[in-house]
Ligand binder design. Structure first.
Ligand code: DLZ
Ligand code: SF4
Length: 507
C-alpha cells in the first residue's frame, strides 16, 4: 500500500521530514494550490506568483527524479480550495495506507492538520520540521524559568552547539557581535551591485497570467517578476550575494537610500522560508567566505546571526507563545491602518519610499520595516491586528511564525516586552542619520514642532507621554523620561497639539 506525502508551499525542501523514508515505487507526493491560502489574507500578487511558480518547479523536479507527484492546480476541476479538502480528495483518489506531513509552520494550518487524524479514513503521521537548528523542545527547555527571553543569550548557545564562527568556547575574533561597526550611513554615490534577476520561463509566465486573472485586485505590482523560482536559481542568488554584497553587508546593513531597495542585503529570506535555500547553505557559504579572506568578520557575523540567531529565536518564541501571542495589544493601540500603507500617497517621504518599494518588490529591508514602517505604526498607535495583517500580505518572505514576533514583539511592543527589552521608538533624527529620505521630504526633520515639523519628532514624545505609566519604570527608557520631566509646559502643549492635528488628519 502507498503513503500519501503532503508538501505545503513553504516546505519545498528535498530534505523535508515528510519525504524521509519515502518509497519512489509506491508513494505519492501531493502539492496543492488552494484559494484558502492565497486569500485568508490577500497576499501581494508577487508573493502568490512566487510560491505557485516555485511549487510547480519543485513538483516538476520531483517528477523528473522519478517520483509519483499529484499536483493540484488552482483552476483544476473539483479543487476544494482548502488543505483539508485536498488531502481528503487525494485520499479518495489513491486510497493510501497513511498520510505523512511535516508540521505546518503556522498555527492556523497546524490546527487544521491536527484534525485529520479524526476525519481521514487512514493513519496520519505529523513530523517535526527539522529544517531549523533549534528544535521546539530545545527552545522550550531554554526558555523555561527565564524571566526574560533575550536573543543575545539564546544565540550564544546555538553557536556553542554548532561551533559556527567559534574558536573553542569563544567566538572567533573574541567578540559576540560587531554591531558598532554595522551602522554606516551610505555616502552619496555609493555603488550598489546590480540585483540578481531572472527572466520568467514558461511555467512562471503561465502562473503570472493566472495571478493577474484571479488575484489582480490584490496589493502589489506583479510585473516585472524577477525572483528565483528553483533551488538552482536561489543558490545562484546566494552565490552572487556572497561574492558581491557580503563584504559591505555589515557596514551598510541599516542604511537606506532612495531608489536602492536591496542595498547590500542578501534578499534570500523568501527562499529560506519556503525551502528553496537551506539555512545551512547560507551559513556555510558565508563562513567559508570569511575563512577565505573574502568577507570581513563584522559582515559575516552579522549575516550569520540573522539566521543562526534571530530566525531561530522568533520561531521558537512563536510556538512557545501561540495562540495567545496573536491577540496581544499591550499598548492598547486601536487606530486603523492609514490608506497610504496601500497607496504610498503621503507627504512623509520615508514612508512613501518604503511603501512604494514594498508594492513593487514585495520586499523592504529590516530597517525600513522596523524603523520606518514599524516605528510609525508604534508611534501612531496603529492596531496590531491591522499592522500584522499588512506585513503578512505585503512581504514575499512573510509567514506568521516569522512575521508575528517581528511585528507584534519587535516593532509594536504589543507583547509588552516578551521579545524586546524596550519599544523601538525613535524620532526623525534616526531616519535622517541612516537614509537620504529627508532631503526630498515635504517635512523638515530638524524642526520639532509646527505644521512643517517632521511628524516622527512630536509623535515620539506624544508616544512617551501617552505610555508614561507603563514605560517610565523601564530602566532602558530612563534617560528619555528624565528629558521629558524637564520639558516646559509650552513644549509639552505644542507636542500634544501637533500630534492631535496629525493623528486626526490620519484617520
Ligand atoms: C502563501 C501560500 C499561498 C499563497 N498559496 C499556497 C498554496 O496554494 N498551497 C500551499 O501549499 N501553500 C500556499 N502558501 C503557503 C502556505 O500558506 C504555508 O505553507 C502555510 O501557511 C504554512 O503553515
Ligand atoms: Fe521621514 Fe521626517 Fe525625514 Fe520626512 S523628515 S523623510 S517624515 S523622517
Amino acid at each position: 500500500m502507498s503513503t500519501l506525502r503532503l508538501i505545503l508551499g513553504d516546505q519545498l525542501s528535498p530534505e523535508i521530514s515528510s519525504l524521509k523514508d519515502a518509497d519512489k515505487s509506491r508513494d505519492i507526493i501531493l502539492l496543492c494550490e488552494v484559494f484558502d491560502e492565497a486569500v485568508y489574507v490577500k497576499h501581494h500578487q508577487k508573493k502568490i506568483a512566487f510560491l505557485f511558480s516555485a511549487m510547480r518547479h519543485f513538483a516538476a523536479s520531483l517528477s523528473d527524479a522519478g517520483w509519483n507527484v499529484d499536483y493540484v492546480r488552482l483552476d483544476q476541476d473539483g479543487n476544494s480550495h482548502s488543505f483539508s479538502g485536498e488531502v481528503a480528495r487525494a485520499v479518495e483518489r489513491h486510497a493510501p495506507e497513511s498520510v505523512i506531513a511535516t508540521f505546518a509552520s503556522e498555527w492556523r494550518v497546524l490546527t487544521e492538520m491536527r484534525d485529520w487524524e479524526n476525519t481521514l479514513p487512514c493513519a496520519v503521521e505529523l513530523r517535526d520540521d527539522d529544517r531549523f537548528y533549534c528544535s521546539l523542545d530545545e527552545f522550550a527547555t531554554w526558555a523555561d524559568g527565564r524571566k526574560q527571553l533575550r536573543m543575545e543569550y539564546f544565540y550564544r548557545e546555538l553557536w556553542l552547539k554548532t561551533g559556527i564562527l567559534m574558536s573553542g568556547n569563544d567566538p572567533i575574533g573574541g567578540q559576540w557581535n560587531y554591531d558598532a561597526e554595522n551602522r554606516g550611513r551610505a555616502p552619496d554615490g555609493l555603488e550598489v551591485p546590480k540585483h540578481t534577476s531572472f527572466v520568467p520561463d514558461d511555467i512562471t509566465n503561465e502562473v503570472l497570467n493566472l495571478v493577474e486573472d484571479r488575484f489582480g485586485d490584490h496589493f502589489g505590482k506583479l510585473r516585472p517578476f524577477e525572483f528565483a523560482v528553483t533551488h538552482e536559481q536561489a543558490a545562484y542568488v546566494l552565490d552572487r550575494f556572497i561574492a558581491e554584497r557580503l563584504p559591505l553587508f555589515g557596514t551598510y546593513q541599516d542604511a537606506m537610500v532612495e531608489g536602492e531597495p536591496f542595498m547590500f542585503h542578501a534578499h534570500i529570506g523568501l527562499y529560506l522560508n519556503c525551502g528553496l535555500l537551506s539555512p545551512q547553505q547560507a551559513i556555510i557559504a558565508a563562513e567559508n567566505a570569511y575563512h577565505a579572506g573574502a568577507a570581513p568578520l563584522n559582515a559575516t557575523e552579522g549575516f550569520i546571526r540573522q539566521i543562526l540567531g534571530w530566525r531561530e529565536f522568533v520561531r521558537g518564541l512563536y510556538w512557545l507563545k501561540m495562540p495567545e501571542y496573536a491577540e496581544q495589544n499591550a499598548l492598547e493601540a486601536h487606530r486603523p491602518l492609514p490608506a497610504f500603507f496601500w497607496t504610498a500617497d503621503t507627504k512623509m517621504n520615508c514612508l512613501k519610499q518604503c511603501v512604494s518599494e514594498t508594492r513593487d518588490h514585495a520586499y523592504a529591508h529590516h530597517i525600513q520595516r522596523l524603523m520606518v514602517l514599524g516605528n510609525f505604526a508604534l508611534l501612531a498607535g496603529l492596531s496590531p491586528k491591522e499592522v500584522n495583517e499588512w506585513f503578512m500580505i505585503v512581504y514575499a518572505d512573510a509567514y506568521e511564525w516569522v512575521e508575528l514576533p517581528n511585528v507584534s514583539g519587535m516593532a509594536l511592543y504589543a507583547d509588552g516586552g516578551v521579545l524586546a527589552s524596550k519599544p523601538y521608538a525613535s524620532g526623525g533624527a534616526y531616519i535622517e542619520r541612516m537614509s537620504n529620505y529627508c532631503r526630498s521630504c515635504h517635512y523638515k526633520v530638524k524642526q520639532k514642532n509646527g505644521e512643517q515639523a517632521c511628524p516622527f519628532n512630536y509623535l515620539y514624545w506624544d508616544f512617551l507621554i501617552r505610555h508614561q505609566d507603563r514605560l517610565s519604570g523601564n530602566a532602558r527608557m530612563g534617560m528619555m523620561y528624565r528629558t521629558l520631566a524637564k520639558m516646559s509646559d509650552e513644549k509639552r502643549a505644542a507636542i500634544l497639539t501637533d500630534s492631535q492635528r496629525f493623528l486626526s488628519e490620519l484617520s
